[in-house]
Ligand binder design. Structure first.
Ligand code: ZN
Length: 263
């Protein structure tokens, strides 16, 4: 009997160790522990060149941005379609929107979405048969077209950002369909979606609205377009839709209108 108890105790300890280790490897900047100083300055030059968001961060936040992007670029499977070549820089460009969207969180991984397919340009979606620039599917795959992705990041105030748009879909899907994410997001997303009803009605009735008409399609498109506005025209968003903006701040734990990227 005593031996049985001992075995049970040992198994329990092993389980706790494996579980703790798994959590650590998953959530902490584990891979970036091995990132060299040279690599950090190389990536600093890269992100400063292409990402306005990155340039607004303070030096400590910039370092965190680099580490998170580096980790994601190694842990998410990124595959090129139609002979599109995936280089390290392409990978970093691809994961930047996820780092930005989740920058206020402690957890920046989206465990359901472990694979990203990159097409050189618009592609015919097997799901709809139509030409698309990007999509997110329930199997956990994010699809992006490279040309649009780059354009979205380089033009910073036209409220069109493919990377942020598709990652917003992925984040919303994760919050709704899983518990494996940053804690405490569900009530804030609910508040955003509650307000979206009123706003979508306004858009449908052709009233002048900050968001483009596509936002009225459904709650998913509304949320994705709200995210694009949140980062690209935060002050305008705050001024025109203060309640919605406030709920977005609480959900994403950052306030770009005040240049606060971690609340
Ligand atoms: Zn969409």
């Amino acid at each position: 009997m005593q031996t049985d108890n001992n075995i049970f105790y040992i198994l329990f300890i092993i389980f706790v160790i494996i579980y703790t280790l798994r959590q650590f490897l998953r959530y902490k900047d584990f891979k970036s522990l091995f990132i060299s100083k040279n690599k950090i300055s190389e990536l600093d030059i890269f992100f400063s060149k292409y990402f306005k968001y990155y340039n607004q961060l303070n030096p400590k936040e910039q370092k965190s941005f680099i580490k998170r992007a580096y980790n994601l670029s190694l842990s998410v499977q990124i595959l090129g379609k139609e002979k599109f070549e995936i280089t390290e820089k392409v990978k970093l460009f691809v994961v930047a929107a996820q780092v930005q969207l989740t920058f206020g969180f402690r957890r920046y991984d989206l465990p359901i979405f472990r694979r990203i397919l990159v097409y050189p340009n618009a592609y015919r979606s097997p799901a709809t048969g139509n030409m698309h620039y990007g999509e997110v599917n329930a199997k956990g795959i994010i699809i992006l077209s490279w040309k649009r992705l780059v354009k979205g990041h380089l033009i910073t105030d036209d409220t069109i950002n493919l990377g942020l748009h598709e990652l917003a879909h992925a984040l919303m899907h994760t919050i709704i369909h899983s518990n494996d994410h940053e804690i405490g997001l569900d009530p804030y997303l609910k508040n955003v979606l509650k307000l979206s009803k009123v706003e979508r009605e306004k858009i449908k009735s052709k009233k002048d609205h900050l968001f483009r008409s596509y936002a009225a399609t459904n709650i998913y498109e509304f949320f994705a377009i709200a995210v694009e506005h949140f980062f690209e025209v935060p002050s305008k968003f705050k001024k025109e839709l203060p309640d919605l903006y406030d709920h977005m701040v609480k959900l994403l734990k950052q306030d770009p209108s005040s240049k606060l990227f971690r609340i």
